[in-house]
Design a protein around this ligand. Structure first.
Ligand code: NDP
Length: 447
C-alpha cells in the first residue's frame, strides 16, 4: 500500500470514530496528510498499524468537579485529562480552564502535543487536560476551591514519572500553586508533578517567559534564512496572555515594533509601539481588559472586534490567543498588506485554508508544534531540575531554550528537504516530530 493510500484510509476511520470532533479531526488531518512520504520509505510502519494506534489516546479520564461559590451555591464543571502517547516519556502537556473546553479540544491539543514534545528532543510524551470552568470574574477563593476539587480527582492519575501537567489558557502561576499545594496534601509527596511552579517551590527560571521567547527565537531563525529579521519590523500579536506578553517582550528586545494586541473583546493599535509595562500591569497585575490601555496611553486606539486585528498592516504576525483565529479571509488580508512571516504562538490558530493562502503566497509559516514548543521544553528542563534538586540560572535556561528552538527549526527544515518539499516547515515539523515517536513505538511492540 502506498503512503498516501494508507494515510487516507486512516483519516477516514478517524472521521467515522470521532464524529463531530471538529478540532480533533482538523489536527489529525493536518498531521497525517504530511506524513504520507514517510510510509513510502517505511512500509514496516504500516504493518505495525502505527497510525491507527497513534490517533487513539492511550487513556482518557473525564470527571466531575463540584465546588462551592462565594454565595454558597454548588457548581459543577467537567474535568478532562487525555494521556495520549507515552512512547518517548511520561505524558506532558498543559491544563486549560476555559468555558469552551470540550473533549474535541482537549484531544486536538493532546494529539499535537505528541509531536511538539518529540521535536524538543527531550524525553516527554503527549497529554493535555483541563475543564470548562470559566475563571473570568471569579474570586481568588473560588479559584482555589475549584483547583482543589479538580486536583482531588486528577491526583489519582498523575505523578512525577507518569504524567506531569502544566498551565495553558486560564491556568497560570496562581492556579498551579493551588493545585500543587493540594496534590502535596493528598499524596504526601514533594515531587515535580506539575511544571510552571513558583520559584520558591521548585519552579524554573524562564518558564514564565519560555513560550513567548521561544516563539521569537524560532521565528528569528526562520527569518534569517531569507535574510529577514525582527529588527525594524512591524509586528502584530493577538492575545495578551502569557504567550503574547513574552513574545512582545522578546520582539522589542530584538528591535521590532509591536503595534497591535488583543483580548477576547477587542484590540488596541499603538503606532508608537505597545508599551510592555502598561500591558503587564493591566493583564498580569490587575487581570483587566485590554481596552484599559487607552486610558494609560491616550494616543493609542481601541477597536471592539478582536478578529479585525489582522487588518493591521504588518511584516510579522504572531497569533498568540487561541485556535481558529485566522481564517482564509484574514489570511488574504494579511497577504494583501504585505505580511512576510506568520508564526503560531497559540495552538492551531490558523485554519487549513488560511495555511494554504500563506503557502501559495510564499509567506514564511512557523507551525505551532514547532514555534511554540519553548514552553514545554522549559517545562521538561524544570522536571530535570526537580529530579536532581537543582536550580539553574536564568542565562543557563535561556541559552538551552535558544538552542532547542534553533534545533527544532533546523530539524524541521531538514526533514522537509529530505522528504521532498523544501521550505515547507509545517510538513517538516510533522515528519521530524513523528519519526522519533514512530521509532519508539515500533521498538516497543504492539502496546
Ligand atoms: P492565557 O490565558 O494567558 O491568555 C490567553 C489570551 O488569549 C488572552 O488574551 C485571552 O483573552 C485570549 N483568548 C482566549 N480565548 C480567546 C478567544 N476565544 N477569542 C479571542 N481571544 C481569546 O493563555 P496562554 O497565553 O497561556 O495561551 C495562549 C495560546 O498559547 C493557547 O492556544 C495555548 O494553548 C498556547 N500555548 C500556551 C503555552 C504556555 O506555555 N502557556 C505553551 C504552548 C502553547 P481574554 O483575557 O479576553 O480571555
Amino acid at each position: 500500500m502506498l503512503g498516501k493510500e494508507y494515510v487516507e484510509k486512516v483519516i477516514k476511520e478517524v472521521e467515522e470514530r470521532n464524529k463531530g470532533e471538529v478540532e480533533f479531526l482538523n489536527a489529525v488531518k493536518e498531521v497525517l496528510i504530511s506524513l504520507a512520504p514517510v510510509f513510502d520509505k517505511h512500509p514496516e510502519y504500516i504493518e505495525e498499524g502505527l497510525l491507527e494506534r497513534i490517533v487513539e489516546p492511550e487513556r482518557q479520564i473525564f470527571f466531575r468537579v463540584p465546588w462551592v461559590d462565594d454565595e454558597g451555591k454548588v457548581r459543577v464543571n467537567r474535568g478532562y485529562r487525555v494521556q495520549f502517547n507515552s512512547a518517548i516519556g511520561p505524558y506532558k502537556g498543559g491544563l486549560r480552564f476555559h468555558k469552551t473546553v470540550n473533549q474535541s479540544i482537549i484531544k486536538f491539543l493532546g494529539f499535537e502535543q505528541i509531536f511538539k514534545n518529540s521535536l524538543t528532543g527531550l524525553p516527554i510524551g503527549g497529554g493535555k487536560g483541563g475543564s470548562d470552568f470559566d475563571p473570568k470574574g471569579k474570586s481568588n477563593r473560588e479559584i482555589m476551591r475549584f483547583c482543589q476539587s479538580f486536583m482531588a480527582e486528577l491526583c489519582k492519575h498523575i505523578g512525577a514519572d507518569t504524567d506531569v501537567p502544566a498551565g495553558d489558557i486560564g491556568v497560570g502561576g496562581r492556579e498551579i500553586g493551588y493545585m500543587y499545594g493540594y496534590y502535596k496534601k493528598i499524596r504526601n509527596a514533594y515531587e515535580g508533578v506539575l511544571t510552571g511552579k513558583g520559584l520558591s517551590y521548585g519552579g524554573s527560571l524562564v518558564r514564565t517567559e519560555a513560550t513567548g521567547y521561544g516563539l521569537v527565537y524560532f521565528t528569528e531563525e526562520m527569518l534569517k534564512d531569507k535574510n529577514l529579521s525582527f529588527k525594524d519590523s512591524t509586528v502584530v500579536i493577538s492575545g495578551s496572555g502569557n504567550v503574547a506578553i513574552y513574545a512582545l517582550e522578546k520582539a522589542h528586545q530584538f528591535g521590532a515594533k509591536v503595534v497591535a494586541m488583543s483580548d477576547s473583546n477587542g484590540y488596541i493599535y499603538d503606532e508608537n509601539g505597545i508599551n510592555l509595562e502598561v500591558i503587564k500591569d493591566i493583564k498580569e497585575v490587575k487581570r483587566g481588559r485590554i481596552k484599559e490601555y487607552i486610558e494609560k496611553v491616550p494616543t493609542a486606539k481601541y477597536f471592539e472586534d478582536h478578529r479585525k486585528i489582522w487588518e493591521v498592516k504588518c511584516d510579522i504576525a504572531l497569533p498568540c490567543a487561541t485556535q481558529g483565529e485566522i481564517n482564509k479571509e484574514s489570511a488574504e488580508t494579511l497577504v494583501k498588506n504585505g505580511v512576510k512571516a506568520v508564526s503560531e504562538g497559540a495552538n492551531m490558530p490558523t485554519d487549513l485554508d488560511a495555511i494554504e493562502v500563506f503557502q501559495k503566497a510564499g509567506v514564511l509559516f512557523g507551525p505551532a508544534k514547532a514555534a511554540n514548543a519553548g514552553g514545554v521544553a522549559v517545562s521538561a528542563l524544570e522536571m530535570s531540575q526537580n529530579s536532581v534538586r537543582a536550580s539553574w540560572s536564568f542565562e543557563e535556561v535561556d541559552n538551552k531554550l535558544k538552542n532547542i528552538m534553533k534545533d527544532i527549526y533546523l530539524n524541521a527544515k531538514n526533514a522537509a528537504k529530505e522528504y521532498g518539499d523544501e521550505g515547507n516547515i509545517l510538513m517538516g515539523a510533522n515528519i521530524a516530530g513523528f519519526l522519533k515517536v514512530a521509532e519508539a513505538m515500533y521498538s516497543q511492540g504492539i502496546v
